[in-house]
Design a protein around this ligand. Structure first.
Ligand code: MN
Length: 421
């Protein structure tokens, strides 16, 4: 077992009840203090500054300063899965209540361990490339039923290929960053000509995304056996979508301005190692995929997901409850397929799952599906209805994996929608 995953570990750092960040998690992120960015790990409601800890020598192994004196975790995770496992294990040892090296060194402790309210939490990754898959069968079926033919809802290739598209990295922002309602061209079915203006059908997509820590040279491929060496960890991901813009521009080429105005990620990148106790079998794949997509072991994860909507008139109200385990195509298959034509994966790329919908209505991962394209509005606590997302609504996403002993979470992903500019 990985040392840092030991469910019996207890830390001397105070951990609030039901925290997403027990000592068994230790995700990576970026903090800013006095205008300087450092790589940090989250523990409870505290952050551990790895740049300062590394300089102290207490880690027991010296990393080059630049690894942690950075405004992204890219260089750090590029050291590879083994080094990141070692780092997490070493930090786990310094924070566990059987070891006093850091706990008793008051000066050092006060210079590297801060309450989260004392630092600015920043974008963790310098995202090079962003791909969005379409790997939830329930989501693809729902969307196909609405936009295609209900009798042939799944596209004919869907059960053979982990479908995806290339998105835009520049507009991915950190949780907490408000977004403006996008403007664009659209045409309702009852209108003769298109018009330009603020989107009337702004939507979220409940997704998770993985971050890569290894590159393959252009022209080479990655097998399913090798794929996990490329995957550092995961974040929550809200792939904001303007359904009216999207449905007008979609054919024949697919997502463009209906998607690229904003996406939001959570701040702490959870090491895939920490999620190991929550691996589960995925859905049975029938028909059997082509041989290059066969895989060993289990690569789905039991991660509970929820979406809440808050407005100035009511508190956060849950509108969806899904689970990452519903994914038909797993991360290993997604990455293997992505590189199967020789496409080069790079450190710091982001690969999103696609909207994660479950089998029942309450588990659908977008307003498009929850309200069935606006036909069945959702009742909110103040008596109003929502077909899509209104100005000044806030969308929260949460995700955590839990068993009797440990809860490994992702923190909160929150975005307020501001009126169009
Ligand atoms: Mn999406």
């Amino acid at each position: 077992m990985i040392r840092a995953n030991d469910p019996n570990l207890r830390t001397w750092v105070p951990i609030p009840e039901n925290s997403d960040f027990p000592i068994q998690n230790l995700p990576l992120g970026i903090i800013k203090r006095a205008e300087v960015h450092h790589v940090a790990m989250r523990i409870g409601d505290h952050v551990l500054d790895l740049a300062i800890l590394n300089k102290s020598g207490l880690l027991g192994v010296d990393f080059v300063d630049e690894v942690f004196l950075s405004d992204s975790i890219n260089l750090c995770i590029s050291l590879g899965k083994d080094m990141m496992r070692d780092l997490r294990n070493r930090v786990s040892r310094l924070l566990d209540d059987k070891h006093d090296d850091l706990r008793q060194d008051v000066d050092l402790r006060e210079s590297c361990l801060f309450h989260i309210s004392k630092v600015e939490v920043c974008m963790p990754i310098k995202i090079g490339n962003y791909t969005d898959f379409y790997s939830s069968r329930e989501h693809a079926f729902n969307v196909g039923s609405m936009f295609r033919d209900p009798a042939n809802a799944l596209p004919p290739n869907w059960l053979h290929i982990p479908i995806g598209y290339h998105g835009r990295a520049s507009s991915i922002v950190l949780s907490g960053t408000p977004i403006h309602r996008p403007k664009g061209q659209s045409k309702a079915p009852n209108e003769e000509l298109p018009s330009f203006g603020p989107s009337k059908q702004l939507d979220f997509e409940l997704e998770m995304a993985f971050v890569t820590c290894k590159s393959n040279p252009l022209g080479t491929t990655i097998s399913t056996d090798e794929a996990e060496e490329y995957i550092f960890g995961m974040v929550l991901f809200n792939d904001w979508s303007a359904r009216d813009i999207q449905s007008w521009e979609y054919a024949p080429l697919g997502p463009f301005l209906g998607k690229n105005f904003a996406s939001t990620i959570s701040a702490w990148v959870v090491n895939l190692d920490a999620l190991k106790p929550f691996r589960v079998e995925g859905p049975v794949q029938d028909p059997k995929p082509l041989p290059y997509l066969h895989f060993k072991d289990t690569h789905n994860y039991d991660i509970e997901l929820e979406v809440l909507l808050e407005s100035p008139r009511f508190n956060p109200s849950r509108i969806s409850h899904s689970n990452y385990k519903y994914m038909y195509w797993n991360m290993v298959q997604q990455l293997t397929h992505h590189a199967s034509n020789g496409c080069n994966i790079q450190v710091g790329d982001l690969y999103a799952s696609g909207t994660i919908s479950g089998p029942i209505k309450d588990s659908f991962g977008s307003m498009l599906e929850l309200t069935w394209r606006g036909a069945e509005p959702i009742k909110m606590p103040d008596g109003t209805e929502r077909k899509f997302v209104n100005d000044h609504d806030k969308i929260y996403m949460r995700g955590f994996a839990k068993n009797e002993q440990v809860r490994i979470g992702f923190g909160e992903l929150v975005t307020e929608v501001l009126p169009a500019k």
